[in-house]
Design a protein around this ligand. Structure first.
Ligand code: XMP
Length: 512
């Protein structure tokens, strides 16, 4: 295990990604609980992250002394470098100018981290982002690479296996960063690659069996990749002790519920209850147009329906959830204060307490791309694994204005044609998320010899890494023309199609 101590950098998660990619397990622990995390994890190496803080500020965070006393290899990144220097007897000063972005390093000396990639005399691109800088080295350290603005860009004490850099090796703009981290993990710390998904699968199945014993588990299955993989893993562990409940709120995509049922019930022989609750949901949503009200109604009904079904089963001791590692990592915040609610997200939070259930969260240690690998390992088809994200409140938030059954039906058809065209054009995997929105606006058109007065359909497609920011997808116009023509020709009720060219921010991905 590698311990990553988080001082609050925006990119700490990327350090964890890079370490996991070397086939080695790691965990991120906030600096406040680093001492405890160090004892609990018993790591073979430690990495110190960057931070928005300055080591020169009173009360700024430090790494626990125990890691320096342990004799373990340590890699300090950015703020991590500065706190290492401050704690080991070097000196840090505030920089004359802050340095952000691309820089080039000249390699001066050999270093264990450069093995096989950076010979002395070579030059390499790295990504800098810092204000302060080291101005005097602690005893035992020497400079191994420099940049024009950063004489201490890369320093090392090979005897103690301490390495520290002023740039960010974890970001893609440092092309060899992953190799530097791999050299630290494998060559310096001597950790072998044993974090594979088949090993994880076996370990997780064992752990679920131990925790659940003979008891019952229920799981809300949506067909999204997280809940699907969680359900399959638990099914492998405890078989029919698991019951999955698919709450069909009538707001799913065309044929979606059918394909989820076929997949899990027929193919995996998993105990799945398909609850058609569309009347209950749409009954309460009919005519509701305020986005937050829609979200709250759907969230409440979802919990009620799920609870009713669980009671029919005679209850359960455990609730399974597809919680991922990024949701678990305790965030380090220096600004404090609550953040503004942009949208009330739909999830099953609150259920375990209400129903007095314990949680099973077998994906808590995984990143999204690792969940996909695990899904493949469990035999889940690509059509499920590579699926675009779909929001819990479904088509209700893609139907601005009052909701009616008729509008949902029109939207479902248009959305299906749009996605069909995307797949045919081979664009599905290049797009992060794509969907149709039915606007509550009617416009005049002419079809054949007649006047039409029908709804406008907006098409949305974005690229993104994590849904936090997004850019609209740059289609070629031929494609958009083709999709628009098909939608207008084939869907009764739509006579105009527009394309949404808003990025996030300032827009959000969904319209509500
Ligand atoms: P926004 O619209 O906030 O969406 O830019 C970001 C991502 O989150 C999805 N989304 C949701 N997912 N429950 C979910 O599980 C929700 O209530 C919800 N609302 C939005 C959205 O589809 C996009 O991928």
């Amino acid at each position: 295990t590698v311990l990553i101590i988080d001082f609050g950098s925006q990119v700490t998660q990327l350090i964890a990604r890079r370490v996991r990619e070397t086939g080695v397990y790691c965990e991120i622990v906030p600096f406040q609980s680093a001492e405890e995390g160090f004892k609990r994890l018993n790591p073979k190496a430690v990495i110190l992250s960057g931070s928005p803080a300055s080591t020169l500020d009173a009360g700024s965070p430090r790494a626990p002394q125990a890691i320096f006393d342990s004799g373990l290899p340590i890699f300090g990144i950015c703020y991590g470098q500065q706190t290492m220097c401050a704690q080991l007897g070097g000196k840090v000063e505030s920089g004359h100018h802050r340095e952000f972005g691309r820089a080039f390093l000249e390699v001066d000396k050999e270093c264990a981290l450069f093995e096989g990639i950076w010979p002395p005399g070579s030059r390499h691109q790295v990504w800098m982002s810092h204000g302060d800088r080291v101005t005097a080295l602690p005893e035992g350290f020497e400079v191994v690479a420099t940049s024009a603005n950063a004489p201490y860009a890369f320093i090392a004490d090979e005897k103690r296996k301490y390495y520290a850099v002023q740039f960010h090796p974890e970001v893609v703009h440092t092309p060899d960063g992953a190799k530097l981290i791999a050299n630290f993990v494998h060559n310096v710390a001597g950790i072998k690659s044993d974090w594979t998904m088949s090993a994880y699968r076996a370990k997780a199945v064992e752990a679920i069996r131990k925790r659940v014993g003979e008891k019952k588990v229920i799981c809300a299955l949506s067909g999204g990749v997280d809940s699907s993989v969680a359900a399959l893993l638990i099914h492998e562990a405890v078989g029919d002790q698991l019951t999955c409940i698919l709450v069909d709120h009538g707001l799913m995509r065309k044929d979606e519920a059918k394909s989820v049922v076929a997949m899990f019930q027929e193919h995996y022989n998993l105990h799945l209850i398909h609850v058609d609750a569309s009347d209950r949901f749409i009954g309460e949503l009919e005519g509701v147009s305020d986005p937050e009200t829609k979200r709250k109604i759907i969230g409440r009904l979802f919990i009620e329906v799920f609870e009713d079904e669980a009671k029919k089963l005679g209850g359960a001791d455990f609730l399974a959830q597809g919680t991922l590692y990024p949701d678990v990592i305790e965030s380090v915040s220096f600004t404090g204060g609550p953040s503004v609610t942009i949208k009330s997200h739909h999830n099953v939070g609150g259920l375990p307490e209400r129903m007095n259930m314990q949680l099973v969260e077998p994906l808590r240690e995984l990143f999204k791309d690792e969940v996909r690998v695990l899904g493949r390992e469990l035999g889940l088809p690509e059509s499920f694994i590579g699926r675009h994200p779909f929001p819990g409140p479904g088509l209700a938030i893609r139907c601005p204005g009052g909701i009616t059954r008729e509008k949902l039906e029109i939207l479902r058809e248009a959305d299906a044609i749009y996605l069909d065209e995307i797949r045919k054009a081979g664009l599905y995997d290049a797009i992060w998320q794509a969907f149709a929105v039915l606007l509550p606006v009617q416009t005049v058109g002419v079809m054949g010899d007649g006047r039409t007065y029908e709804f406008v359909c907006a098409l949305r497609a974005v690229t993104s890494v994590d849904g936090m920011t997004a850019d609209f997808y740059h289609y070629d116009m031929e494609f958009l023309g083709r999709a628009a023509t098909r939608i207008i020709n084939e869907v009764r009720g739509i006579n105009r199609v527009v394309y949404d060219v808003t990025s996030k921010p300032p827009g959000t991905i969904e319209w509500e």
